[in-house]
Design a binder for this molecule. Structure first.
Ligand code: NAG
Ligand code: NAG
Ligand code: NAG
Length: 237
């Protein structure tokens, strides 16, 4: 009994600590363009890890990027090395042109992890990348991310299905978002009960929200709808 309790507490502690410390970084290996890194993320294992971005020049002189989590010690070694010397021009060799680390949270306006901006990179922000999960118990635990088609943004919905409340995360057209937002605004404050859409399969949509920063929909629908932007004033202004 006592031991079970201790194990339970330590699992809980480990979980909450890793949630606090878990830095989110872009993750990719040997891609030609920083934008090819945008569709995959890694969560660092502990507070000793940082986000990194390496820009490497191949013998063919092509530049490639690798990104992810890396220990602080290795980050510090690279930082010391680049501060000290400014040379390694031995042809027919892979050359590290830039190796940088960061520990700040994702950019507040774009939602892109800090390592997307290292080595003087400017990742594209015109395509919205969203969590895509059908029926998850907790929207923050959705681990699939995808780029949405142009003119679509992220959506997070709360659905009642099979006697359970579940979250559906994905992409949605901006005009559909606007119409739903209008319904929300028209309801008396505090009395909103969702779009009352019923699906063919009998599922009931209780809350439907949209947002447009990177992976912003990995959050609760009811908190998102209160800050949802209006895209077309004719529809929701
Ligand atoms: C955040 O993104 C904006 C828009 O792309 C950019 O101008 C800004 O420099 C970024 N900030 C940081 C801290 O990377
Ligand atoms: C984002 O905003 C939070 C709170 O306002 C701030 O602490 C954090 O430094 C900001 N992050 C960036 C990358 O600017
Ligand atoms: C806004 O919505 C109206 C009504 O659907 C549409 O006629 C108009 O073209 C839209 N405006 C823009 C800028 O998309």
């Amino acid at each position: 009994m006592n031991m079970l309790f201790t194990v339970g507490v330590s699992i809980l502690l480990t979980f909450s600590l890793s949630c606090v410390d878990g830095l989110t970084c872009l993750s990719c290996k040997g891609v030609a363009d920083i934008n090819d890194c945008l569709s995959s993320e890694a969560t660092c294992q502990n507070s000793n890890e940082e986000c990194y971005l390496d820009k490497t020049i191949l013998p063919s002189l092509q530049a490639v990027f690798s990104a992810g989590c890396r220990s602080k010690q290795v980050c510090d070694l690279f930082a010391a090395a680049s501060a000290g010397k400014r040379e390694t021009s031995r042809t027919k060799r892979t050359t590290v042109a830039c190796a940088e680390c960061c520990t700040t949270s994702s950019n507040n306006s774009t939602g892109i992890p800090c390592n997307g901006y290292l080595c003087k990179q400017k990742p594209k922000t015109d395509i919205t990348t969203c969590g895509v999960c059908d029926k998850v118990a907790d929207p923050t635990l959705c681990s699939v991310i995808q780029d949405c088609p142009p003119n679509e943004v992220c959506t997070s919905e709360l659905i009642f299905a099979n006697n359970q409340l579940v979250h559906r995360l994905g992409c949605e057209r901006k005009d559909v978002c606007d119409v739903t937002l209008k319904g929300y605004k028209d309801a008396h404050p505090g009395q909103y009960t969702g779009p009352k859409r019923k699906r063919v399969d009998g599922e009931i949509v209780i809350c439907s929200s949209c947002c447009d920063t990177r992976t912003c929909n990995m959050a609760d629908c009811k908190s998102l709808i209160n800050i949802q932007p209006c895209y077309n004033k004719t529809l929701c202004g």
